[in-house]
Design a protein around this ligand. Structure first.
Ligand SMILES: [Zn+2]
Ligand SMILES: [Zn+2]
Ligand SMILES: [Zn+2]
Length: 142
């Protein structure tokens, strides 16, 4: 969705941020790759857009984008840090396969987090949820 990347770049520019060719490449890579990508995968994709972008630059750019709320980290229980576009680009959850590690996007959300929080006197402003299990290809192990 190239329109979305342009919107994000406009958003960054109007917030007074510098939009470099590297940043643009990282954002485009995030938009094209989809959910929960590790730095290596984002780097590989970004290099197809901007061949000279280095791994360290990609990592720093991702962390800066997280700080600006454009991207978010996804924690799936292992020690890899994964990234994707922020939740303002569509609230969703993840189906994580415990066998092959694949991550699928789940757009439905049935979590009544606001009401559940209120019972504890807690104001919920956001939530994250990863559903763990086995994908159709792997099946549940015997
Ligand atoms: Zn996602
Ligand atoms: Zn699987
Ligand atoms: Zn949700």
């Amino acid at each position: 969705m190239p329109g979305r990347v342009d919107d994000m770049l406009d958003q960054l520019r109007s917030a007074g941020r510098r939009v470099t060719a590297q940043r643009r490449a990282v954002l485009q890579a995030l938009a094209r790759l989809g959910c929960a990508q590790d730095v290596e995968a984002i780097h590989a994709r970004a290099r197809r857009i901007h061949p000279r972008v280095g791994l360290v630059t990609v990592y720093r750019t991702l962390e800066a984008l997280v700080g600006e709320g454009v991207a978010q980290r996804v924690v799936l229980g292992d020690d890899r840090t994964r990234y994707e576009l922020g939740q303002e680009h569509g609230h969703h959850h993840h189906l994580v396969c415990l066998s092959c590690g694949s991550v699928q996007r789940l757009d439905e959300c049935h979590l009544e987090s606001k009401r559940a929080g209120r019972r504890h006197g807690f104001t919920v402003t956001a939530h994250r949820l990863e559903l763990l299990g086995y994908c159709a290809k792997c099946g549940v192990p015997a």
